[in-house]
Ligand binder design. Structure first.
Ligand code: NAP
Ligand code: HSE
Length: 439
């Protein structure tokens, strides 16, 4: 049997601790599958004294991630700390420059510096694997990077944040508050160190930026993503969506258009009977539409220690099996030097259906005025309904509009025109509607 693959792990939190337990408990099976043992030889984290419930005997504790990357006797540097900058960025760069293979679950780092890191890896003949960075345990990176080679992708979209999907599901099904659901997601180890990254959509945007590059062969462009999170989705929106036959999901969508590639992350109403609407809790789903294969949907656990460690372990096993140790697959699907510039399609030209919820004074003529603002901007309505406020307030009413496919620009202009009227009694809520082709 070949020599053991020596692994150094930086970060022993939710994912790192799960990874250590899995590698230790399945040592024999892994050695058989990979043709060589996988041995954790060195680890690091911030606090050496913390009891992590792990058996670290026989494993060297290294004081800093940078020292682990630059000095330790390892073949693979596994980064499970997080953050686009700081120790994670420094140590991953150092490890690659040293020619070590790197495995990371850090989507923030890849979104910010993925192309630069891929170039270093490709120059040094090192592998940079990051299956866990997008959609937790779902093997979506491998699918796009390897299995769909030759396909022209037209759209990639999905539920890519377990925390948000968990919150939206429990709010809808159990009537729990947003804050309580978030606390529970944090307790279960789903949320980022700063959960604002989850609920404001940044985490989904980081993942989408990575998928866009793999799907369309363009430079990573996380700052070119239209971004809205779920923090202003109320239980009233969730109930209104249900009444209309929809569920609300935080989707990331990247699609080829005539003017460029549209990248957007926002709460989205999807038809209740679509497959993607049934994806609940921490589960993620990623759909890919391409010309040769057609439509592909991958569904599975999107966050949590074991689900994520499963993907990290798959990446380590790939390295262990690659006896040559040279780069066989470009890190980002296309060699980093050959990635095309990213050309953004403007959000104003996005076309789709819209849900618009307005809280208005209960006055004669309001309905007609709203209908006029819509018509003047060329918006055709699928439905318009008026309801009393759930709190029973007599003086205001809720009006819910659903549009046929229309341009984002027209919707923004119509909503601005309504805002200029005197009858609005609250900020309008606008939620885009997505109708998946198959799923
Ligand atoms: P976590 O529970 O917060 O653990 C982070 C670990 O990194 C801790 O052990 C911490 O040390 C260590 N660390 C942080 N900064 C450090 C520094 N400057 N020097 C040394 N050690 C440092 O995070 P996690 O949930 O395991 O996530 C790790 C990575 O995986 C992140 O990039 C995250 O986005 C990604 N990810 C997470 C999930 C998930 O479901 N949790 C899923 C997919 C991807 P101490 O323990 O001593 O504080
Ligand atoms: N915080 C992330 C999520 C972890 O909730 O999806 C998985 O990337």
């Amino acid at each position: 049997m070949a020599d053991a693959l020596k692994v150094g792990i930086a970060g022993l939190g939710t994912v790192g601790a799960s990874l250590v337990r899995i590698i230790q408990s399945r040592a024999d099976e892994l050695a058989t599958t990979c043709g060589r043992a996988i041995e954790i030889t060195a680890v690091t984290a911030r606090d050496k004294s913390r009891d992590r419930g792990l058996d670290l005997s026989g494993i060297s504790w290294i004081d800093t991630p940078e020292a682990l990357a630059s000095e330790a006797d390892i073949d693979v540097f596994v980064e499970l700390m997080g953050g686009a900058e700081g120790a994670a960025a420094r140590s991953v760069r150092t490890a690659l420059e040293r020619g070590l293979h790197v495995v990371t679950a850090n989507k923030a780092l890849l979104a910010a510096s993925g192309v630069e890191l891929a170039k270093i890896a490709e120059e040094r003949g090192a592998l940079l694997n990051f299956e866990a960075a997008v959609a937790g345990g779902i093997p979506v990176i491998k699918a796009l990077r390897e299995s769909l080679t030759g396909n022209t992708v037209s759209r990639v979209y999905g539920i890519m944040n377990g925390t948000c999907n968990y919150i939206l599901t429990r709010m809808e099904k159990e009537g729990l508050s947003f804050a309580d659901c978030l606390k529970e997601a944090q307790r279960l180890g789903y949320a980022e160190a700063d959960p604002a990254f989850d609920i404001e959509g940044n985490d989904t945007a980081h993942k989408l930026a990575i998928l866009t590059t793999l799907a369309f062969g363009t430079q990573i462009a996380p700052d070119e993503i239209y971004l809205e999170g779920i923090s202003n989705i109320s239980i009233e929106d969730i109930h209104a969506a249900a009444d209309l036959g929809y569920r609300i999901k935080l989707l990331g969508v990247a699609q080829r258009t005539e003017t460029g590639i549209e990248q957007r992350v926002h709460p989205t109403m999807v038809p209740r009977d679509s497959v993607i609407a049934q994806v609940d809790g921490v589960t993620n789903a990623v759909a890919v539409e391409s010309d040769i294969l057609g439509e592909l949907l991958m569904v599975g656990p999107g966050a949590g220690g074991n689900a994520t460690a499963s993907a990290v372990l798959g990446d380590i096993a790939d390295i262990a099996k690659s006896q040559l140790g040279t780069q066989r697959v470009p890190v980002l699907g296309t060699p980093a030097v050959a990635l095309a510039p990213y050309k953004r399609a403007q959000m104003q030209s996005h076309e789709g259906g819209y849900f618009i919820r307005l809280t208005v004074a209960d006055r004669t003529g309001v309905f007609a005025s709203i209908a006029t603002c819509m018509a003047e901007n060329g918006i055709s309505l699928e439905s318009i309904v008026q309801r009393g406020k759930p709190d029973g307030a007599e003086s205001s009413k809720t009006i819910i509009l659903v549009t046929h496919a229309t341009m984002e620009d027209s919707v923004r202009k119509a909503v601005d025109a309504i805002k200029a009227e005197s009858y609005l009694a609250g900020e309008p809520q606008v939620i885009r509607i997505e109708r998946p082709q198959t799923f």
